[in-house]
Design a protein around this ligand. Structure first.
Ligand code: FES
Length: 103
């Protein structure tokens, strides 16, 4: 397991998302009421970039076909997408956000 420093917590305001790149993978970080959640930028339905979607509270809605996901659990809220766990582990330490890479 490897920890990677990916962002400053002050870069992503409450209710907003940020896009970072971690070892050539695009990762979206969502700030839900001060807690940060990270997930793959690619929608599991048909690979659209999720950072172009909209975040309302803890739910992101894909801009392509409007599938929605709970960013706190990684679970889909629509029946068209079966993939459930696409969220990656994160840890907000001090003012930095960290992404854990499984090696
Ligand atoms: S690509 Fe996201 S809902 Fe289709």
């Amino acid at each position: 397991m490897k920890w990677v420093d990916v962002a400053d917590t002050q870069d992503i305001e409450k209710g907003k998302m940020g896009l970072v790149e971690v070892e050539r993978k695009k990762v979206v970080i969502a700030n839900v009421e001060g807690t940060f959640y990270a997930f793959n930028d690619r929608c599991p339905h048909s690979n659209a970039p999720l950072h172009l979607g909209t975040l309302q509270s803890k739910v992101i809605r894909c801009a392509a076909h409007f599938s929605s996901f709970d960013v706190t659990t990684g679970k889909t809220r629509t029946r068209s997408v079966e993939q459930e766990d696409y969220r990656g582990p994160t840890y907000a330490g001090g003012l930095r956000l960290w992404w854990i890479l499984e090696i």
